[in-house]
Write a protein that binds this ligand. Structure first.
Ligand code: PLP
Length: 421
């Protein structure tokens, strides 16, 4: 992987070379993406779709080419099924509102899972409050994988939608979304996949998965902030109402009422982020130029290497240890002191009864050595509560990280543990 494509990786932090291991929060950008933003504003910035003039036509063409590239990237049948949003959160909120208006009545049920990011919990909670519906969740087994048997038991006549993360942003575990879709569909229930942590790391083909909706963010896949995607099967998008009103999403507006535009514009009220979509297109091209096989092999090697190195450190507890992970590892460090903070079963087997070194303290000491990690609840408080800890330390990898980053992180971690113990 060519690290020199990412100018920020040359930065120093606290006079140390930057070791960036916070990719699950946001990825760094290759020069091609940075250049695309400057190019758009320097050469063809102009509002799209409504202009007859040259610049507007160029901008429109770039936006629609980006839509087609994204459709191809995730294997959608048509670019009409690609709605540009601000990101995963925006996509899930749009779906919760639109699907909720059309399909949810009092007493209906929606199923998420125990590992969801708040973005795939709160919009559904808000919908359930509005409609007096019920939110259920698939529990975890002891090994921190989803309990698929329990999921089967949750599905019933009242279930109207299942919405699950493809990859947990805390545990890194890859959920069996293909199986979840198959089971839900056998009950006639549609499935939305939160692909925020999967689309940057593995090929996600919506037709192969047969999911009904997919949400993801540009900024986690080497693209810019402020652009994301909601994919929906045409047959669903056609029957769902728009979630926002304004320009672009209309066909005609009269005082007597409004008729709505065709797909995908029905769901894109207002001036879209056409510079963002263009830069996202460049990010997609960048990933394609490297290829999935190279990305997946490399990231698996680096992630596995890091997990092995972590497991070898006295007192480190890796969550979902040994499970295949997509570029994310969460852990805590326990010392031999008394007064256990937690007694949760997930911490047994060498760690139970030990004192937790606070993730925030570890994160701060790593930062002082130039290593960027994330600490805390990672916007997944229900999962963190279930783990029985105040938070975790999370390292997450992008395609530019390599074993030297892991070595620098492990050396910094050992130092931090020594200082805190
Ligand atoms: N879902 C998952 C699994 C995530 O990891 C994140 C962000 O970390 C989100 C949703 C929200 O993404 P965004 O903040 O880009 O909307």
């Amino acid at each position: 992987m060519n690290r020199t494509d990412f100018p920020i990786l040359k930065e120093t932090v606290h006079k140390r070379p930057l070791v960036y291991l916070d990719n699950a929060a946001t990825s760094q950008k290759p020069q091609a993406v940075i250049d695309a933003i400057a190019e758009a504003y320097s050469h063809w910035n102009s509002n799209i779709h409504r202009g007859v003039h040259h610049l507007s036509q160029v901008a429109t063409m770039k936006h629609e080419e980006a839509r087609k590239a994204v459709a191809d990237f995730i294997g959608a049948k048509s670019s009409d099924e690609i709605i540009f949003t601000k990101g995963t959160t925006d996509s899930l909120n749009a779906l919760a509102f639109s699907f909720g208006e059309a399909c949810i009545r009092e007493g209906d049920e929606i199923i998420v899972s125990a590992v969801e990011h708040h973005s795939n919990i709160v919009p559904w909670q808000m919908l359930c409050e509005r409609k007096k519906a019920v939110l259920r969740h698939i529990p975890l087994r002891d090994d921190q994988t989803l309990d698929i048997e329990a999921f089967k038991g949750l599905l019933g006549e009242k279930t109207k939608l299942v919405s699950v993360a493809h990859v947990s942003n805390v545990l890194g575990i890859i959920n069996p979304v293909e199986e979840i879709v198959r089971i839900a569909h056998s009950h006639g229930v549609p499935v939305c996949i939160d692909g925020a942590q999967s689309v940057p790391h593995m090929p996600v083909d919506v037709q192969a998965l047969d999911c009904d909706f997919l949400a993801f963010s540009g900024h986690k896949m080497y693209g810019p902030t402020g652009i994301g995607v909601l994919y929906g099967k045409r047959e669903w998008l056609e029957q769902l109402p728009p979630h926002e009103g304004g320009g672009e999403m209309i066909n005609h507006v009269r005082w007597t009422g409004t008729t709505y535009n065709d797909l995908p514009y029905k769901f894109e009220a207002g001036t879209p982020n056409f510079v963002g979509s263009y830069a996202l297109h460049k990010a997609v091209e960048y990933m394609q130029s490297i290829g999935w096989e190279a990305i997946e092999t490399h990231e698996r090697e680096v992630t596995d290497y890091c997990e092995q190195q972590l497991a070898a450190i006295e007192g480190v507890h890796v969550y979902a240890a040994g499970q295949p992970k997509a570029g994310v590892i969460s852990f805590n460090v326990f010392t031999n002191h008394q007064s256990p903070i937690t007694n949760h079963p997930s911490l047994q087997g060498g760690n139970g009864g030990r004192l937790l070194l606070h993730p925030f303290d570890i994160g701060t000491l790593l930062d002082q050595q130039g290593v960027a990690v994330r600490t805390g609840h990672h916007c997944a408080e229900p999962l963190i509560d279930e783990l029985g800890v105040p938070g975790t330390v999370r390292v997450s990898f992008g395609l530019y990280n390599d074993k030297s980053d892991v070595d620098a992180f492990i050396a910094a971690l050992k130092k931090a543990i020594m200082m805190l113990s």
